[in-house]
Design a protein around this ligand. Structure first.
Ligand code: HEM
Length: 424
């Protein structure tokens, strides 16, 4: 009996080891892969099912349409100015006689990114729900598993929409219908009340209770929180580090800001955003050197040919965003901070998939424009008021480490911050 079983297993292994799948895998350079281990999540059925995702994504896309983004400018301005003032108070409270102070900017950027995200969830700005946001602040890492908090948010928003039915009634469907075919050049119009992505989901869940039950809604909320807060916080902290490390580039950004704003402390407008070209180049170069998600994963549903190799279907591959961004063929002198690479005249011949901080293809980030806009406004306002430097700017740029996202090895972004003269 045992011999027969061993014979069967041996026969199965002999056939399997000569299969096309194994031959293709063996032909790939590098260490021997472990096919079963690599796809264990698929075996356990943890991988997302394509169709429900497609439906939900289609429902959510309009919420991030260009047309809706300008409505967030005021609040982006208010919040980033609040944070610039908070940092000024920290500096003044502890400043040495030199008028500057070394601080880790990452926790501050995390709070700012969290507040910027809460714009999309206005209920978090209500006092009684606000308590939840302090829970968020303390337990940011645990948020994605906090089903109870998620359910409370979903239920309270549902209740809120019911009580304000006159303002919101049937607006979601109208809004979706009206916004699905709008081009970037269309005039900016806004719905009566600002709809959040959760409102769209709640409305859709009334119409499709099976596809969008409370558990699915809760997962979507978690996905947004995980996808939006730390990414923007880390990107802004790396940007400030690079400004501190490369004062000549900080000066060029300041020249642009001075040209546009002069001594005025007015907020950033939609028109200003189109003129902040060098700042945008610096943000892009930051995302190239330090993409918050250095790698992403894709499950192959069909064979893919890459150069001389064929990747078989039914495997999970890792897309190395960090490595792609530092490929000297596309980015000469890849380890240096050179924002000029992203000037329009230097970007014309660049392949669209060599710069992919927001991923690419159908499963890319849902909110790249929103993210770029919030970062531009926040960083412009911070730099107009504060100057960033390093105690020792010599040496090469930091080599990052993966702490889920790409961060400095010790996880700290210690920068010397001082108040700029001129603006009160
Ligand atoms: C610097 C800022 C950001 C970066 C670098 C970034 C990057 C990314 C990347 C690389 C992915 C794809 C992950 C994958 O393919 O496995 C992703 C997905 C996603 N991001 Fe972002 N993101 C940023 C900001 C935001 C913001 C502000 C939001 C929401 C307000 C957001 C919401 C999402 C969501 C919901 C997904 C999942 C999309 C889906 O699976 O359909 N992200 N992001």
């Amino acid at each position: 009996m045992t011999t027969a079983l061993a014979g069967l297993l041996g026969g199965y292994y002999w056939v399997w080891s000569r299969s096309r799948f194994v031959r293709l895998i063996d032909a790939l350079p590098g260490p021997n892969p472990l096919p079963l281990l690599g796809n264990i999540l698929d075996l356990l059925k943890f991988s997302p099912d394509g169709d429900p995702w497609k439906k939900r994504r289609r429902m959510l896309n309009p919420a991030f349409h260009f047309q809706n983004l300008n409505g967030f400018l005021d609040i982006f301005n208010d919040l980033s100015l609040d944070y610039a003032a908070k940092i000024e108070r920290i500096i003044l409270g502890t400043a040495s006689s030199t008028g500057c102070q070394e601080i880790d900017v990452h926790p501050i950027m995390s709070l700012l990114a969290l507040d910027l995200f809460a714009v999309y969830e206005p209920w978090l700005r209500l006092d009684w729900i606000y308590k939840l946001s302090s829970l968020y602040r303390q337990e940011l890492q645990l948020l994605s598993s906090n089903a109870v908090a998620m359910n409370k948010i979903i239920q309270s928003r549902r209740e809120f929409l019911k009580q304000n039915a006159d303002k919101y009634s049937s607006q979601s469907s109208e809004y979706l219908a009206n916004n699905n075919n709008v081009g970037e050049g269309d005039t900016l119009s806004r719905p009566k009340e600002r709809l959040t992505f959760l409102d769209l989901l709640l409305k859709a869940s009334e119409e499709n209770p099976d596809d969008l039950n409370d558990e699915v809604l809760s997962n979507e909320v978690c996905l947004f929180i995980a996808g939006s807060i730390d990414t923007a916080a880390v990107a802004m902290a790396w940007f400030l580090y690079l400004m501190a490390k490369c004062p000549e580039h900080q000066q060029l950004v300041m020249d642009e800001l001075n040209l546009i704003f002069g001594d005025s402390d007015r907020p950033v407008t939609a028109h200003d955003l189109t003129r902040l070209k060098y700042l945008e180049c610096c943000i892009k170069e930051t995302l190239r050197l330090y993409p918050p998600f250095p790698v992403i994963f894709r499950y192959l549903t069909e064979e893919v040919q890459i150069g001389d190799y064929i990747l078989p279907k039914d495997i999970t591959v890792l897309v190395n965003i960090y490595g792609t961004h530092r490929n000297a063929e596309f980015f000469p002198d890849p380890d240096s901070f050179k924002p000029e690479r992203f000037l329009p005249e230097n970007s014309v011949d660049r392949h669209p998939y060599v710069f992919i901080p927001f991923s690419a293809g159908v499963r890319n980030c849902i909110a790249p424009k929103y993210a770029m806009m919030e970062m531009k406004v926040a960083l412009a306002n911070l730099l107009r008021r504060l100057k960033f430097s390093l105690s020792d700017p010599s040496g090469p740029l930091q080599t990052p480490a993966i702490h889920f996202m790409l961060k400095p090895k010790d996880g700290k972004f210690n920068l010397i911050v001082s108040k700029r003269l001129g603006l009160s």
